[in-house]
Design a protein around this ligand. Structure first.
Ligand code: UD1
Length: 430
């Protein structure tokens, strides 16, 4: 298995381009199932998770064609055409690789009147049920059975509109039910819907495909079902988690980075917290300049929340940053039950962290020291890379496949800005 080797201590300087958001691209790709015409997605990132979903869509009968750069396509563009859906089953072997595969459920039931999708099961950061997806579809008239590890959904006469009040904010359930509602008969109202930029990006794309949706960007979405959707061209929103991660890379190394193809408003909550900790943000043409103001960082308390709050997907990186800040920081995770798996690994690098239930108290140390580490999920892995960039000596981050799920050419981008970082391929290992 590949590893990343880092010799820490170099301040990062230069510019880094951010790609399209993975978490926007995945639901957008499944939206292609809603129409027999072509959906063109521009600015699609090249990541392991995108490949996994391509494989799933291919076996549903979607034709996928890379049409590259050119014309009005900024960056790479990929065509998705679900002319005939030949198979409505999402098998365990593909769904278990990536939980977001469950996002085919709503579109398949809405378009075909049936779907059989493997239950994704738990993962490294908690139980992660999909009960809200299932209950919402039932309210829209689907009959659902759980059998043999699969969600088997049937709506032979089609779905109908419903009022769905989410007891907790769920990005995935909002996206699944939003897509299903576009082809349901009548009006669906999603109350306490997720407002993450990736959800709003999906709404914009669905509207471009002919969906009738109001309340865009709010927590109440109203969808008037239509008989059919048509093709569209859509540009994937920039990845705010990649943006925030590189902002913290600049901060943790005491450097200065121009982070391009992105926007400050996508990371407002994180930027506000980071500014209080001593990180400086300036809006520049097509991006953000991030530097560490006046040298020192100070500890600051952070609580993860649904958007527009501080994102859970930046919590691990924030913890790495706080490890060498002056004073103490209390980091509280409210979205996932088990998302501090990076804490013991950071402690192996000399961090002083005490975890108590959903909170972690981080007491800043003078410096971290390099060590071999590994993580069990994507954002935890990148937090160890950040720690390695700041640590004295050599850090090896194992299980790099987690990073490849969500960061395109991470080590190349960091190396181009002065980091001493390389990928050690398995065959190069002794
Ligand atoms: C998405 C993101 C993920 C991010 C998360 C929270 C994608 C592909 N992934 O995941 O990176 O960390 O949002 O911002 O976009 N829940 C239930 N029942 C459900 C659904 C969710 O109890 O049916 C719970 C979850 O266990 C979790 C919370 O709701 O505690 C939020 O989860 P949710 O917003 O659904 O996360 P995902 O869509 O899976």
């Amino acid at each position: 298995m590949d590893r990343i080797r880092i010799r820490g201590g170099n301040p990062l300087r230069g510019s880094i381009e951010v790609g399209g958001a993975k978490n926007a691209a995945l639901p957008l790709m499944t939206a292609s199932l809603l129409t027999d015409e072509t959906l063109v997605l521009k600015n699609l990132p090249i990541l392991a998770d995108i490949n996994t979903l391509c494989n799933l869509l291919l076996q549903h009968g979607v034709a996928i064609h890379m049409n590259g750069a050119g014309g009005d396509c900024a960056g790479r563009a990929v065509d998705f055409t679900a002319k005939d859906i030949t198979n409505t089953t999402a098998p365990y072997d593909l769904v278990r690789k990536m939980r977001a595969s469950v996002l085919v459920l709503g579109p398949l039931v809405a378009r075909c009147g049936e779907a059989k999708v493997s239950l994704p099961g738990g993962c490294a950061i908690g139980a992660r049920p999909v009960d809200l997806h299932i209950k919402g579809l039932e309210l829209m008239g689907a009959q659902i059975e759980i059998t043999g590890g699969y969600i088997v959904a049937k709506a032979p006469k089609g779905l109908h509109g419903a009022e769905i009040v989410f007891p907790k904010v769920s990005v995935g359930a909002t996206e699944n039910l939003l897509m299903a509602a576009t082809l349901a008969k009548g009006e669906t109202v999603l109350v306490n819907a997720a407002r993450e930029p990736e959800v709003t990006d999906l709404v914009h794309c669905l509207v471009a495909m002919g969906a009738k949706i109001s309340g865009i960007g709010t927590d109440t979405l109203r969808i008037q079902g239509v008989d059919r959707l048509h093709g569209a061209r859509h540009m994937v929103v920039p990845d705010r988690i990649e943006t925030g991660t590189y902002a913290m890379a600049a901060a943790i190394t005491g450097g200065e980075l121009d982070i391009l193809n992105t926007r400050l408003d996508l990371i407002s909550a994180a930027a506000k917290v980071l500014a209080q900790a001593g990180v400086e943000f300036t809006e520049i043409d097509n991006g953000i300049r991030v530097s560490r103001a006046n040298g020192a960082l100070h500890g600051i308390d952070v609580m993860t929340e649904p958007f527009p709050g501080f994102p859970t997907d930046l919590q691990a990186q924030m913890m790495a940053l706080m490890c060498t800040a002056g004073g103490a920081a209390m980091i509280t995770e409210t979205i996932f039950e088990n998302r501090f798996m990076h804490a013991p690994e950071l402690m192996r690098m000399g961090a002083r962290i005490t975890v108590h239930g959903a909170s972690a108290l981080v007491r800043g140390v003078e410096r971290l020291t390099g060590a071999p580490v590994m993580a069990t999920d994507l954002r935890a892995s990148v937090s160890l890379v950040l720690a390695g960039l700041a640590a004295e000596g050599e850090t090896t981050v194992n299980r790099v496949y987690h990073l490849d799920r969500g960061y395109e050419r991470l080590e190349e981008k960091l190396a181009a800005c002065g980091a001493d970082i390389e990928r050690v391929r398995e065959r190069d290992d002794d």
